[in-house]
Design a protein around this ligand. Structure first.
Ligand SMILES: O=C(O)CCC(=O)C(=O)O
Ligand SMILES: [Fe+2]
Length: 261
């Protein structure tokens, strides 16, 4: 089985090169242990209030699965989210990929999602996250989305570590991965799976008693519409009181119109 490269979070050039060639890699030591603990603590009451297999609006979704919980509106649920949103590695990667290359004038957050896989959650269908904008996803081989799936608990081969297909960001449309082309993003908590929007991946199967918890953030070129409207999923006052930098990433600042698009 192929393997994902594991690179310390400070080696930004190496991470960028791995994302370019493989479409994904594991960044180590991204979130300190206390931050993981604090985030889990803040999200727990919201998870307790949610039945398995449903989101907060009561929808059930085959794509997500029956033994999972998904939380959105994370800025109102934890004040620690601003530090994650403005993480130096994530912003540097997005700026290098989208702004320095001239693909876009700025970057935005598309969405954040807490992804909890419980015992007996089966594998998710293979997909690309940039498929959310399928009309532009393969234009000139440019990426439009870079994602981080942060491990708040260890990701193991048996508890649902994300399945990733290295190199698939360059594949022709509709090619299906063989099992021997699939890697598991096994990583200690505090790490992040960094992956390009066009790379094929899916949630893994959890065969363990303990839940696997991933915190997803997706950064896009600023001319795309974010998936999550933060003013609807959060208390608007919580968003307006964030820093200028955070509000700009969330597209909640006085518009610069095409000047900053
Ligand atoms: O749970 C995971 O590790 C990945 C989930 C995923 O890819 C998605 O929901 O888009
Ligand atoms: Fe995905």
């Amino acid at each position: 089985m192929a393997a994902l490269r594991e690179i310390d979070h400070q080696q930004v050039d190496d991470i960028l090169a791995a994302v370019e060639t493989d479409g994904a890699c594991i960044a180590l030591n991204v979130l300190p242990g206390e931050l993981c603990d604090g985030l889990l603590h803040d999200f727990q009451p919201h998870l307790d209030a949610l039945p398995w297999g449903e989101d907060e609006l009561g929808y059930r979704d085959d794509f997500y699965g029956a033994s999972t919980k998904r939380l959105h509106g994370l800025f109102s649920k934890s004040t620690r989210m601003e530090a994650v949103l403005t993480n130096r590695l994530f912003l540097t990667l997005a700026n290098r990929m989208f702004v320095d290359t001239g693909i876009s004038r700025d970057i935005r957050l598309s969405n954040t999602e807490l992804m909890v896989l419980n015992q007996d959650q089966d594998v998710q269908v293979f997909h690309t996250d940039a498929g959310s904008w399928h009309r532009v996803q393969h234009q000139e081989q440019n990426e439009i989305l870079i994602s981080a799936n942060c491990a708040l608990t260890d990701f193991t081969a048996t508890n649902g570590a994300t399945r990733v297909v290295p190199g698939s960001h360059r594949w022709e449309k509709d090619r299906t991965p063989r099992e021997d082309e699939v890697c598991l993003a096994v990583m200690p908590r505090g790490s992040a799976l960094i992956y390009a929007g066009n790379v094929i991946h899916s949630g893994g199967a959890n065969r363990e008693a303990e839940a696997r918890v991933g915190l997803y953030l997706g950064y896009i070129v600023s001319w795309l519409r974010p998936i999550e409207n933060q003013l609807v999923t959060n208390e608007p006052g919580d968003i307006f009181s964030l820093s200028d930098q955070a509000r700009r990433l969330l597209d909640v600042s006085p518009g610069g119109f095409t000047v900053i698009a």
